[in-house]
Design a protein around this ligand. Structure first.
Ligand code: HSE
Length: 324
């Protein structure tokens, strides 16, 4: 038995919701740019990585996220009195590391969901979420689900302070295009968090909560223009802009061209521009490619919300057949 699971990339933060809003992305051209994990029957546990970004991962697969997720998954199974089946776990690493596109969450979610399917969905969504959240926290240096939740469930997710319901699904603003530009350089999440202040002045805290609450309201009313206008990061972006060469100039150009919003995706260096018009999205794509992509590893995609989240995909041919 073998199962392959794809988990989409995500934007988290979405400007107004620091560590609190996450959006799964699907390029409109149809590419599956997120990671895929394949779990198949084996005589003993083993871990392998391949794909365009495998070179950026630790050479010892036991230091990789899939090993950590596998250990946590097995512990969770044993805690419920079940016996894990030996498995071969293969990560197809398609998302760049340290990109701000939820790269680690994509690996973690694809791996956990694939392992659970391999074990006939032995863990509940709640137990699986706990495995994923702990694994992601170890990698990113903080307990925040703003990439894990959308990669798992799809759409636009709002994190809550409640352990029994850690996030709620918002209407995903399907009329919006999210043009995301990855420059081709790496920015570690922990480094990007280290420039943030530990406290917020009261006026900023008030503006932050007002913007977040009004954005949620605009989502529910499907007010695309209103939602876009509210997307301004008053908390993290002013401190992180120094880490993103060229971003301030790009943002000014995009705003001049009528972008509804421009922001940093997660902890960067990927940035996004929002519009409700496809022709404008195509113009932004060209501009971002010429002004922000710094090397051949960079890319720009015009995306919409990915509403499916983690899903089974056809397994690669080489994994069919004999038990390893
Ligand atoms: N929300 C996080 C941050 C990124 O902005 O630091 C990953 O969850």
């Amino acid at each position: 038995m073998s199962v392959s699971v794809y988990a989409p990339p995500s934007v988290g933060n979405v400007s107004v919701g620091f560590d609190s809003l996450g959006l799964a992305l699907q390029p409109i051209a149809g590419q599956q740019v997120g990671d895929v994990v394949t779990v198949s029957a084996a005589h003993h546990d083993q871990w392998h990585v391949k794909g365009p970004w495998a070179h950026a991962l630790p050479t010892d697969p036991k230091e990789n996220a899939i090993h950590d997720v596998h250990q946590r998954f097995n512990q969770a199974l044993k805690a419920k009195g079940m016996t894990p089946k030996p498995a071969k776990v293969v990560l197809d690493k398609r998302l760049p590391i340290g990109s701000g596109l939820g790269s680690s969450a994509s690996s973690v979610v694809a791996c956990a969901v694939a392992l659970n399917l391999f074990h006939q969905q032995a863990l509940s969504d709640e137990d699986l979420l706990s495995v994923m959240a702990d694994a992601e926290a170890k990698i990113s240096g903080g307990y925040h689900l703003d990439n894990v939740a959308p990669a798992f469930t799809g759409g636009l997710q709002l994190m809550t302070p409640f352990a029994d319901q850690p996030f709620v699904v918002l209407p995903e603003l399907l009329g919006l295009y999210w043009v995301v530009a990855y420059p081709g350089t790496q920015l570690n999440t922990q480094a990007s968090r280290s420039v943030l202040p530990s406290e917020l002045p009261m006026p900023l805290a008030i503006e932050w909560v007002q913007r977040t609450a009004a954005f949620v309201d605009a989502c529910h009313r499907q007010d695309l223009q209103g939602a876009g206008a509210l997307l301004q990061d008053v908390v993290a972006e002013p401190h992180r802009v120094q880490l993103l060469p060229g971003y301030a100039d790009l943002k000014a150009l995009l705003n001049d061209q009528g972008a509804l919003a421009v922001g940093i995706s997660g902890s960067g260096p990927t940035v996004f521009a929002v519009t409700d018009d496809l022709t404008q999205a195509q113009a932004f794509e060209k501009l971002m490619a010429s002004e922000y992509v710094a090397n051949e590893r960079g890319f720009v995609h015009i995306c919409k919300a990915d509403v499916a989240g983690a899903r089974v995909v056809q397994q690669p041919d080489e994994l069919k057949g004999a038990v390893a």
